[in-house]
Design a protein around this ligand. Sequence first.
Ligand SMILES: C[S@@+](CC[C@H](N)C(=O)[O-])C[C@H]1O[C@@H](n2cnc3c(N)ncnc32)[C@H](O)[C@@H]1O
Length: 206
Amino acid sequence: MPSNQAEWDAKHRLAAEATASEPAGIVRELLPLLPSGPALDIACGTGRNAVFLAGRGQHVTAVDFSGAALDILEVRARGMHFPVSHVKSLHDVHGTHRQGLELLHADLERAHLPAHAFDLILCIQFLQRSLFPQMVRALRPNGVLLLETFTRAQLEFPGGPRNPAYLLEIGELREAFPSLCVLFYRELRAGQGIASLVARKRDKHG
Ligand SMILES: C[S@@+](CC[C@H](N)C(=O)[O-])C[C@H]1O[C@@H](n2cnc3c(N)ncnc32)[C@H](O)[C@@H]1O
């Protein structure tokens, strides 16, 4: 598993030579639970999920620190005739109902997500615990978070992160967002060790 920006760039360039990626299974599987308003794809990579959401007419802000990944995403999105724009900072992102993709090249370790900006936040195969409170804040009322990433159980299987800092503890994700209302939770220890959460922010009255 790459451990820095340059290694991620190299990995994404290699992956781009393969055929276009399908979205994560969980995104396709739980699509009916996912609001179609402005979305944020955290650590989007080459954009398999962002492009899939854009395909249903959703505006997606896609953030990653790999310039190579964002270049590949842009080519794919333009190839599908989706409007693509670039933003320089998360301060310029306020969530919008325009169609298309907004790309942001940024290190999430130094990022501050805008408050009350998104109806949907995706975070797939990426773990940065310091973003958890920001994710909640960045959701609009009734907004939904979909977070799926590896747990320590992944150490029993090939591939995925080996550094415990990038692995969820068993059961951790279920408890990680106490202010959100859990719509779906699953932990797998078969073929891979992975935890998946879909949770909704309460509205002003809930
Ligand atoms: C395993 S990939 C997952 C990509 C995408 N979410 C998906 O499901 O295909 C992890 C991504 O996190 C990005 N990443 C890692 N650390 C980051 C950081 N500090 N800031 C922004 N992106 C980062 C990498 O460039 C890579 O694209």
